[in-house]
Design a protein around this ligand. Structure first.
Ligand SMILES: [Ca+2]
Ligand SMILES: [Ca+2]
Length: 452
């Protein structure tokens, strides 16, 4: 629920005379492949027949004037009735989604959709990129009064609660009102009114679209949540040009944790009509009798990517779940089926002097200081040993270890943590096993590393 904001800036922008050369927008582009070292998390290219609703496997269509039991008028004062009518929301048959407000006076319909997935969040030490290629409704001046297109994200705890905004967090990747040639990027957090995000305005910035106007052409709107730097950072850009950022250091730890510590975010696309933001910028109630019907927001694709992953063939992300049986080399062990959650195999037959080798384990630029392994043991009473992590050689000094005795059975699994000497970059990792007695003492299903 984007809110009114940045009144001074808005007033200045509202009086700008905008000059631009119309450029025929490219109608359709494929979802970009991941940059080198990145991976695709999720995307929708909006491919399908003209008139079809967006893929129900990806999207929930919100209808009416509020969530069930949620704030009236979606919490923003917007006046439209959202529908699931293809006239308001449908594919165009050329690889785009169209969200189209229809109406006049104070009676309007439009559409709002949100992703079923609500877990968009960067892994520890990684960057999450949320991006959409969008042409705003192609309408300006008095005819555009009240148009409020948006591409944004809400923290997953909002779904089903509807009264915990803004603590759960809101990232406005792209917002625009009244047909102005400007994109707003805004963070909402903390408490309202006031708080560390200066609600109800939020922490925002805006700029004109590069080249052709926001209304006359597609532009690429991007938000990044960067957990690879300390302090963490949020960044907004249009066509690759950054225009806003917020640092973790700008707010207290509790506010940041409430905004980022949950399961992640879901994404929304909508075109509202009227409400606090367009009214505040216009200085009067919108829409008006001059507002025209039927100008769609056109969305070519929405995609989510994450940085990290293997940096060499056969390598692996240190922060992923690394299966023990995927080792490139070993000594003294065997693979066997496991009944642990997720199935697959574990490594068994592990005793003193055995080892497993993993090539190209990428820890990234932020050092990992924690090791966790999924282990089980059916060793006899009094039998125990050490699970050790070493870099580069099975005889290098261990960077961390933990001791294990019987867990109650060779398929009785538990996840055991250990501190390690912080490590960054890409390494060959050895798990080595040490015991003062000859009997096997541990099975390993998987392991992983994290910052702390
Ligand atoms: Ca497309
Ligand atoms: Ca396994």
């Amino acid at each position: 629920m984007p809110r009114s904001r940045l009144a001074v800036l808005c007033a200045a922008l509202a009086t700008l005379t905008v000059l631009f050369t119309p450029v025929a927008p490219v109608a359709h582009a494929a979802v970009p492949p991941p940059p080198a070292g990145w991976s695709l998390v999720w995307a929708d290219d909006f491919t399908g027949p003209a008139g079809a609703l967006p893929d129900a496997g990806n999207w929930i269509i919100d209808t009416g004037h509020s969530y069930p039991g949620g704030p009236a008028n979606w919490g923003t004062g917007e006046i439209q009735n959202y529908t699931a009518d293809p006239a308001n929301v449908s594919l165009d048959g050329s690889g785009n989604l169209r969200i189209t407000p229809i109406g006049g006076g104070r009676s309007w319909t439009s559409a709002r959709i949100e992703t079923r997935r609500a877990d968009f969040k960067p892994a520890d030490g990684r960057i999450l990129r949320i991006e959409g290629r969008i042409q705003m409704p192609n309408v300006t001046g008095d005819a555009a009064l009240g148009y409020w297109p948006a591409f944004w994200a809400l923290g997953s705890p909002f779904r089903g609660n509807y009264w915990n905004w803004p603590g759960i967090g809101e990232f406005d990747v792209m917002e625009n009102v009244n047909g102005l040639n400007s994109v707003w990027g805004v963070l909402h957090c903390g408490v309202a009114p006031g708080g560390p995000c200066n609600e109800f305005s939020g922490l925002g910035a805006s700029r004109t679209c590069p080249g052709a106007s926001c209304q006359s052409a597609f532009h690429t709107y991007r938000f990044e949540w960067d957990r690879s730097v300390t302090p963490n950072q949020l960044r907004w850009s249009v066509d690759g040009q950054q225009f806003h950022s917020v640092s973790q250091a700008q707010m207290d730890a509790t506010t940041w944790a409430n905004m980022t510590g949950h399961a992640g975010y879901f994404l929304l696309l909508n075109v509202a009509m009227g409400g606090a933001f367009p009214d505040g910028v216009a200085g009067f109630a919108t829409p008006t009798a001059a507002t025209v019907s039927g100008r769609p927001m056109v969305v070519d694709y929405v995609g989510v990517w994450q940085s990290g992953g293997p940096t060499q063939p056969g390598g692996v992300d240190a922060r992923s779940t690394i299966q023990a049986e995927s080792r490139q080399a070993q000594s003294g062990t065997f693979n066997e089926p496991t009944t642990d959650t997720g199935g697959g195999q574990n490594v068994g037959g592990i005793g003193n002097g055995d080892w497993l080798r993993f090539d190209g384990v990428n820890f990234g630029s932020v050092p990992a200081a924690q090791f966790r392994a999924r282990v089980a043991s059916g060793a006899a009473a009094g039998v125990s040993g050490l699970v050790q992590v070493r870099l580069g050689s099975p005889t290098a000094p261990p960077i961390g270890d933990f001791a294990l005795a019987s867990t109650g059975g060779w398929q009785s699994w538990r996840t055991v943590p250990a501190n390690i000497t912080p490590v960054a970059g890409t390494h060959t990792v050895y798990l080595t096993f040490s015991s003062g007695q000859p009997a096997d003492f541990v099975n390993v299903n998987w392991f992983t590393f994290s910052t702390n």
